[in-house]
Design a protein. Structure first.
Lengths: 190, 738
């Protein structure tokens, strides 16, 4: 990691209202050869009967990642840049604790490999100063990787939020979600 | 006899479509490619920049090309997966000959070419030169489009050449020529960024031009309002500030009613109308009775919404109107386009920053292809094949006598009708799959079966090619140098990344050899595609689509040049009409009086439901390419009948039940998908599939009287639930439906 050129001024911004459900992000993510053609980003309809609205989810890279806290094998680690890495393959025992604990539903147990896999914000790309693949290809701006200043300039009607309330629990993340102007937190449920 | 030599299932077993998935273990060579080539996506008119990774003369992957100004690395799923075609197991690797009862057998190039030329000679000697027709397509580069146009007129000597743009942009082209005297998007998309109002008329932007979504959102981030007109709540309509769910086939009534409101409230640019336009009074007269009550009854859109759209559009200082196939695929396609243009002209918002108007050209080279080549009524530079001056100029460029230049021929659907009547006996096709993409395709199949000889150039054996006598294996987008012109009018460079596989040849090499064997070698001697482009530049010089000042180097240095570009020191023209000098004979922009009339087929007691057709994000056109790419197929594996729950209840249709959809032309079964995102009087089926899953078994052959575009977007159908639930999509294998 000493050779990393990870750009600490760059952040990830999720703007789900813009998602057009095209799945370009999933397909581009899957192209990464470390994932065996499996996408680490997930796009789903909210309720196709009512609307074509889709939601898109990547790992939010929590400040205090619950996936790592519940891992009995200490397979999940957060690095100096705040990236929560996918399970260390040698340590992961496929217990699914992380799958059940994550408030965003991100880690998935991959059956044939008996291994948890999740988004590591394209560490192979971001660690050499590139953008994550999904945010590079996203055609609608639902996924954006850049500086807070760029975001403030380009999307003056939205505010980035990285504090989530799940009942009494507050989760702070590295990844931002775009909310209406002035919002400071996303209350998932009271 | 161009009947199938074997049952369809046997042909599919040999030639696909079969699904290509990337190897989950990784693709050898991707980590250390021999070359990373900056080129473009092969699919839609956006022509997004993309870098292809090459190893051992194969395309092995892609990287986003973030510096290309239109898309800055952004791609849709089709673009991400486009690299899976060059090394696809279905690729045609040798010429093939049809052998009845045995299928297609390999044959040498020499024998194949000889057979083609002898059949052309036989048919043309017996029935005249026009009895041999050619069909082409605008996935081809400018160079190939130009070459096809010249080949058909000079080597094949037929007037009957037309192209699949006839199913795409011709209504827009005809409308633009009438109103502006020139057929191109008036603005590039950077003029969207600060438009106060964007009016999207009949375009499923986020599924058919996904990367354009970014430009529309830029305007919204800057406070702009988005209005989307579509019978369905599409992904872009979902987020619009105002969605006008128009009844299919009633578009010109809606735009006429908005013009009525602009006039009523005096939201007009009187100075522009007086100085720079003609015939405003005709436009006004035509809509004088189109009040909101009439408009609501005719279009099915609540009058409050129509009024609000006019209230936003009328007084705005900047705006951009976009339209696409949703208003163009009609027997009134040109009228719908002109009704939209009237709204732009009435407010004078054109030829200025953030004041824009554009058709969103659909196919990869839909723009350049329709300017320089294969349109039945056109010569290079967007010249008119019936204009004596134009004929003279191009004859001189081509080194032929003007009297030997064929005249205007039949359009695509009319060519197939003529084949059905037995008047056209032979056909050469390239880059066109009419058995899936033309309407009323049961007639198309019969027409193919009646042909005495059919030769097809393609890289995959598409559904139409199964009827061919000879198949010549051609090249993909990434297998030849060239240029394309994007929907914005930007001429870009397409790079050859790899050679065509096996014995396949470049399309250009095939056409040049055929021309030689037809005795036209002296007009078809080129050393490179650049040489063809340089001839195209001369041929286009002085035409409305003037490329004379565009060179390969200039395109490469600037990442694209916008035509018109009449001289080498000219920078190109991203925004048209800044000088207010329109290209009509009188130099003015023309209003047109557009009175509403009904579509070619309206619902009645027997066929009580409106059927409209369209596209999905993971498929492209007739699916020749995208129905062979595994993940794109899995994303939306089979065509579904979108139906509103209230209509479903009326007919007792359940979700996933198979429903028989019948029209006067045919019937097909589709699984029902109950959604509240479609009008209650309309059902929708996407059209990318063949055989029994083809929506174009149902669509009508009503054509626009001017553009001859077929009316894909509206016909009358009836729905019959079968009582059977649809099997899992994987079982139906719709991508290869027989």
């Amino acid at each position: 990691m000493t050779t990393s050129t990870f750009r600490t001024d760059q952040e990830f911004f999720l703007d789900p209202q813009r998602c057009i459900g095209c799945h370009a992000c999933e397909m581009a993510c899957a192209e990464c050869e470390t994932n065996g053609q499996l996408p680490m980003i997930h796009v789903d309809y909210v309720d196709r009967f009512l609307s074509p609205q889709t939601s898109v989810q990547i790992c939010m890279h929590c400040e205090d990642p619950v996936c790592a806290r519940v891992c009995p094998a200490v397979a999940i680690e957060k690095d100096e840049f705040g990236i929560v890495h996918s399970a260390n393959t040698a340590r992961c025992i496929a217990c699914s604790n992380c799958v059940n604990a994550c408030p965003f539903g991100v880690p998935r147990k991959i059956e044939p490999m008996d291994l948890m896999m999740k988004c590591n914000m394209c560490y192979d790309r971001t660690s050499v100063g590139k953008k994550p693949m999904c945010a590079t290809v996203c055609p609608s701006g639902a996924l954006f990787y850049g500086t807070r200043e760029e975001m403030a300039r380009n999307r003056p009607q939205s505010s980035p939020v990285k504090t989530f309330k799940f009942g009494k629990e507050t989760v702070k993340t590295k990844v931002n979600i775009m909310m209406p102007k002035g919002a400071t937190e996303l209350v998932v449920h009271e | 006899m161009a009947t199938l030599p074997l049952p369809t299932a046997d042909i599919i077993a040999q030639f696909g479509p079969s699904l290509n998935f990337p190897n989950p273990e990784g693709i050898p060579g991707r980590d250390e490619p021999d070359a990373v080539v900056k080129t473009h996506c092969c699919f839609c008119g956006m022509q997004c920049g993309i870098k292809l990774l090459v190893k051992d003369d194969r395309v092995v992957g892609f990287e986003p090309w973030e510096e290309f100004p239109f898309n800055e690395g952004r791609l849709c799923p089709k673009g991400v997966q486009r690299y899976l075609q060059n090394d696809h197991p279905d690729r045609l690797l040798t010429p093939l000959i049809r052998v009845g009862g045995k299928g297609f057998e390999q044959i040498g190039w020499d024998a194949a070419m000889e057979r083609v030329v002898s059949e052309i000679s036989r048919i043309q000697s017996a029935h005249g030169p026009d009895a041999f027709a050619m069909l082409s397509g605008v996935s081809l580069t400018n160079e190939k489009s130009y070459l096809v146009g010249k080949f058909a007129r000079v080597a094949l000597k037929t007037r009957n050449l037309d192209y699949n743009g006839r199913l795409c942009m011709v209504s827009a082209g005809a409308g633009n020529k009438k109103a502006f005297g020139l057929d191109r998007a008036s603005n590039n998309y950077s003029d969207l960024a600060h438009a106060e109002v964007i009016l999207v008329c009949g375009s499923n932007v986020s599924e058919t031009f996904p990367t354009l979504t970014h430009w529309i959102w830029q305007a919204r981030d800057n406070g702009g309002k988005l209005i989307v007109v579509d019978p369905r709540l599409t992904p872009i309509a979902r987020t619009a500030d105002l969605h006008l769910p128009v009844r299919p086939g009633r578009d010109s009534a809606l735009y006429g009613a908005i013009l009525h409101q602009l006039i009523k409230h005096d939201w007009l640019d009187h100075e522009f109308i007086a100085n720079d336009t003609t015939d405003f009074e005709k436009a006004k007269e035509a809509v004088k009775d189109y009040d909101l009550g009439w408009a609501e009854r005719t279009t099915g859109v609540p009058k409050e919404k129509i009024e609000l759209a006019a209230r936003w559009w009328g007084p705005a200082k900047t705006s951009f109107l976009l339209h696409a196939r949703g208003i163009e695929h009609h027997s009134k396609g040109v009228e719908n386009v002109l009704a939209c243009i009237n709204l732009v002209l009435a407010t004078g918002r054109i030829g200025k920053p953030y004041c824009g108007y554009a058709t969103i050209t659909g196919q990869g080279n839909g723009q350049g292809g329709r300017e320089h080549g294969h349109k039945c009524d056109q010569l290079p530079g967007n010249r008119d094949i019936e204009n004596p001056e134009h004929r003279k100029y191009i004859s001189q460029v081509w080194g032929i006598e003007e009297k030997d230049m064929p005249g205007k021929g039949l359009t695509a659907y009319e060519i197939m009708e003529a084949a059905h009547r037995g008047e056209i006996k032979g056909l050469l096709s390239i880059c066109f799959n009419p058995l899936v993409s033309l309407p009323n395709n049961n007639m198309i199949r019969e027409a193919l079966e009646k042909l005495e000889f059919y030769v097809c150039i393609d890289f995959f054996l598409n559904e139409t090619a199964r009827h061919a006598d000879i198949i010549l294996p051609g090249s993909l987008h990434e297998e030849e140098e060239g240029t394309v012109t994007t929907a914005e009018g930007r001429v870009t460079r397409i790079r050859k990344c790899v050679n065509p596989p096996g014995q396949a040849r470049s399309d250009t090499a095939i056409l040049l050899e055929l021309a030689d064997r037809l005795g036209a070698k002296k007009s078809f001697s080129y050393e490179s595609t650049e040489e063809i482009f340089n001839e195209l530049r001369v041929a286009s010089k002085g035409g409305t689509a003037d490329y004379f000042g565009i060179t390969y180097k200039k395109i490469e240095d600037n990442m694209g040049i916008f035509w018109p570009c009449p001289s080498e020191d000219h920078p190109g023209t991203p925004r048209l009409w800044e000088d207010r000098k329109f290209r009509t004979p009188d130099g003015k922009a023309h209003f047109h009086g557009i009175a509403y009339r009904d579509p070619g087929e309206i619902t009645d007691d027997e066929y009580p439901v409106i059927l409209t057709t369209g596209r999905v994000v993971s498929q492209y056109l007739s699916g020749t390419q995208t129905r062979r790419i595994g993940k794109l197929v899995n994303q939306y594996p089979e065509p579904l009948l979108e139906i509103h729950p209230l209509m479903a209840a009326k007919f007792g249709i359940r979700d996933r039940e198979l429903v028989t959809v019948s029209t006067r032309r045919g019937f097909a079964e589709f699984p029902a998908q109950l959604v509240e995102t479609i009008r209650e009087d309309t059902v929708f089926v996407p059209y990318h599939w063949p055989g029994k899953k083809s929506a174009n078994q149902l669509t009508s052959g009503h054509l626009d009287p001017v553009s001859k575009i077929p009316e894909f977007k509206v016909c009358a159908c009836k729905l019959t639930p079968t009582g059977r639930m649809a099997p899992e999509p994987a079982e139906s294998k719709a991508w290869a439906s027989v």
